[in-house]
Design a binder for this molecule. Structure first.
Ligand SMILES: *Cc1c(COP(=O)(O)O)cnc(C)c1O
Ligand SMILES: [Zn+2]
Length: 428
């Protein structure tokens, strides 16, 4: 399969050799993309192959990333792939939440069902496979939490050492516990992700660490398969909108790249519009898109309870801006209170997720209210992380959530009967 690495910047597009190790263009310093020539590929034939593989028990076919390997451009042989059966995540109807959000036809693609509980696994299987091909021995990332647990798992699987750089005290405890449990080294530094990221980005070049943040174009190759799996689950009927929370903006870039490719292959008839939802306290990208400015102005002190998107200076903003322009996409920011309410709406339908994921639903609600998403629109929200990623959040909001539903009684049969009778009488 012939592929190459190409600068993603308009006006540069410099080509780089497949063994080019850096994540930045040699010529202009921009971010890179992995490209393969789609000429000669038949969309219809691939579609049939992908369905056949769903019945296969080969590790590669059981992965929701590598099942689409014709389009994971740099794939060369099965033996060199590091996989934990990522992807294959459910697409769930959420009619109650859709009604709550403003009367849209809502489904959610739940990435919490991945091996380490977030969509980062789709990218990490690709990035760690690439790291092995480059014969590196140490991988590193700065992280708001989920990248670290994902990297720890895939690095362990590959026999690589893993260094995680996180802002001190600003990462959900469960995510750090995962990374530690899976054998990574944790280095806490700085106030926020942006500081940690800037430092590790510089240090990685000097120290020979292989960086697996979403500036790594191979991670994007894995994450873009979310679009393939989603469209396949919908029998290749494109939705009107695909909504994602925006942090470092790798995910929106990746999903749009995937859509672009299957659109070129004729597998979908229209491009869905991409929607990025940010937290009001970390909304540099939304401000950029609303103002029409040329350059992103970072938020110096990003603040939000949705720690996965607590990022002030998103590295992939240029790619993300192209994605929104190309798909006539939308951007919106939401408060922590709105995120909380959206998470409650999902919970009422039996769907748990972490706060950043619920930002999508809060954003849909706002966009519906403003008439920017029409009633009955066909909308897919990407729920990026698992409910158990952030139990502290639930504990902090215990009073609002439980409201009389958590009761302590004496350990006697009488007390137990009494309290159960009271509950059954009180609730409908
Ligand atoms: C990483 C992450 C995000 C943000 O994704 P980007 O690609 O950085 O925009 C959102 N939600 C969760 C749960 C995440 O782990
Ligand atoms: Zn360039």
């Amino acid at each position: 399969m012939s592929w190459h690495i190409q600068c993603a910047e308009d006006g540069c597009h410099a080509r780089h050799r497949p063994d080019y190790p850096s994540h930045q263009c040699q010529k202009c310093g921009g971010l890179l993309e992995v490209r393969r020539d789609l000429n000669g590929l038949s969309g219809g034939a691939m579609r049939a192959t992908w369905v056949e593989r769903r019945l296969s028990n080969l590790p590669l076919d059981r992965s929701g990333v590598w099942r689409f390997r014709e389009l994971v451009s740099f794939f060369h042989d099965a033996a060199s792939v590091i996989t934990l059966a990522e992807g294959r995540t459910p697409l769930l109807d959420a009619p109650g939440t859709g009604a709550w959000a403003g009367g849209v036809d809502l489904t959610v693609k739940h990435q919490g069902a991945n091996p380490t509980g977030s969509f980062k696994d789709l990218g990490m299987t690709a990035a760690i496979t690439r790291a092995l091909a480059l014969r590196v021995s140490v991988v590193a990332c700065a992280s708001t939490g989920n990248t670290s647990s994902s990297m720890a798992a895939y690095a362990a699987r590959a026999g690589l050492r893993a260094l995680v750089f996180v802002p001190a005290g600003k990462v959900a405890a469960a995510k750090l516990a995962q990374a530690i449990d899976l054998g990574a080294f944790i280095i806490e530094l700085g106030e926020n992700f942006d500081q940690a990221f800037e430092l590790v980005r510089k240090a990685s070049a000097e120290l020979g660490l292989y960086l697996v943040n979403s500036v790594n174009p191979f991670r994007i190759e894995g994450q873009k398969t979310l679009a393939f799996e989603l469209l396949e689950q919908r029998d290749w009927r494109a939705p009107d909108f695909i909504v994602v929370p925006g942090g470092n903006l790798g995910n929106v870039s990746a999903i749009t790249k995937g859509l672009r490719e299957i659109s070129t292959l004729g597998l979908i008839q229209k491009m869905p519009r991409l929607v990025v939802i940010q937290s009001a306290g970390a909304d540099a990208f939304c401000r950029l898109m609303t103002s029409g400015a040329d350059e992103l102005v970072p938020v110096a002190q990003p603040e939000t309870e949705a720690t996965a998107i607590r990022i002030g200076n998103p590295a992939n903003w240029r790619k993300a801006r192209r994605a929104l322009i190309e798909t006539q996409g939308l951007c919106e920011s939401v408060s922590d209170e709105e995120i909380f309410e959206a998470k409650r709406a999902l919970a009422l339908e039996g769907i748990g997720c972490e706060p950043a994921s619920a930002a999508t639903i809060a954003g849909i609600r706002r966009l519906c209210a403003a008439g920017r998403i029409p009633p009955r629109a066909d909308v897919v929200a990407v729920l990026t992380g698992h409910q158990l990623k952030d139990p502290d959040y639930v504990a902090r909001h215990a009073a609002e959530i439980e409201s009389g539903r958590r009761l302590q009684v004496e350990p006697t049969a009488d007390a137990l009967c009494g309290v159960v009778e009271r509950i059954l009488k009180a609730s409908p």
